[in-house]
Design a protein around this ligand. Structure first.
Ligand SMILES: C[S@@+](CC[C@H](N)C(=O)[O-])C[C@H]1O[C@@H](n2cnc3c(N)ncnc32)[C@H](O)[C@@H]1O
Length: 288
């Protein structure tokens, strides 16, 4: 019920209570929307997700939540790292994987099974309870907010660098952007940055909205523009520069964006073969 102004409560208190009430309604609506879509997807989605899907569906430990259609996406993006990370010189070393958003710890257990005992796996979550969900042999869990740049830098230092980032944290646009701004420059060449649950990029409750600057789908689109900066004039923004010099590919899936990092040189052009259509036409007696 809406709190009305009365002599018993000062105006500011009434406003505060009404604000809290509106917030609760907004949160409840947000959750209902999510549940409806989740049921819709779960009924129809194919459950095959390659080896990742097998590991995920056979998992019996802590709870892990993933949309069904992510399973083949992970396999496609991360299957190449299952035997370790191949660096610029062709050497193989253990993968360094960071997941933002630990929750019950189940996904960290799944990643450990998927990437094997050698991988360096760290998690970050704002909830202090997450410090207890898995032992260090599964993953090292850090507590703090994903928009704390100093913390992120410390985590990556402790990891000895980072090859794969999976942002499954707050899903709030400004947090996703802050995390990307800090972690993207630290990501190893040949690595991939993944941000998931990006349906939230369209939800105002998560600072989202269609074409809204700053939400992660818009960030990724700006990187796509930047990839093409060799060929077209565009403003000199950080995203455009990154896209031009460091992005090999931006993959868009339903609710998942993955950005592959590679140091790019100006594009070159190669010709092979010598035959032309004029030669062929002349041989065939074609005139004109
Ligand atoms: C969707 S759950 C993660 C699920 C988990 N990755 C999985 O697949 O099972 C999101 C998590 O992000 C955490 N979180 C929320 N805000 C955060 C923030 N600002 N920084 C870091 N973690 C945050 C929540 O505490 C929650 O555990």
């Amino acid at each position: 019920m809406r709190v009305s102004e009365s002599r018993a409560l000062p105006v500011r208190a009434v406003r505060w209570l009404n604000f809290q009430r509106r917030l609760k309604i907004r949160q409840a609506r947000r959750w209902i929307a999510f549940e409806d879509i989740a049921r819709f997807e779960a009924d129809r989605a194919p459950r095959a997700g390659g080896r990742f899907g097998e590991v995920f569906l056979a998992h019996e430990g802590q709870v892990a939540h993933k949309w069904d259609h992510y399973l083949p996406v992970y396999e496609q993006l991360l299957g190449r790292y299952a035997e370790g990370f191949v660096d610029e010189n062709g050497g193989r070393r253990p993968l360094r994987f960071l997941e933002i958003g630990v929750s019950e710890g189940g996904s960290l257990e799944v990643w450990r099974k998927y990437f094997g005992p050698e991988a360096v796996i760290h998690g970050l979550d704002i909830d202090p309870k997450c410090a207890f969900v898995v032992p260090d042999s599964v993953a090292r869990v850090h507590i703090g907010s994903q928009d704390d740049g100093e913390l992120l830098r410390r985590v990556v230092r402790e990891m000895g660098g980072v090859d794969v980032v999976l942002d499954d944290g707050s899903h709030v646009a400004s947090h996703q952007r802050a995390t990307f701004d800090v972690l993207w420059p630290l990501l190893a060449e040949g690595g991939v940055y993944i941000c998931e649950d990006l349906h939230t990029a369209y939800w105002p409750g998560y600072e989202g909205g269609l074409h809204r600057p700053g939400q992660f789908i818009s960030v990724a689109k700006a990187l796509v523009d930047g990839m093409h900066r060799w060929y077209a004039r565009m403003p000199d923004t950080q995203l455009h520069r990154s896209g031009q010099h460091e992005v090999r590919a931006v993959h868009f899936y339903d609710s998942v964006v993955a950005i592959e990092k590679v140091r790019r040189k100006p594009p070159t052009w190669t010709k092979s073969g010598t035959g032309t259509k004029e030669d062929r036409a002349k041989e065939a007696g074609h005139v004109g």
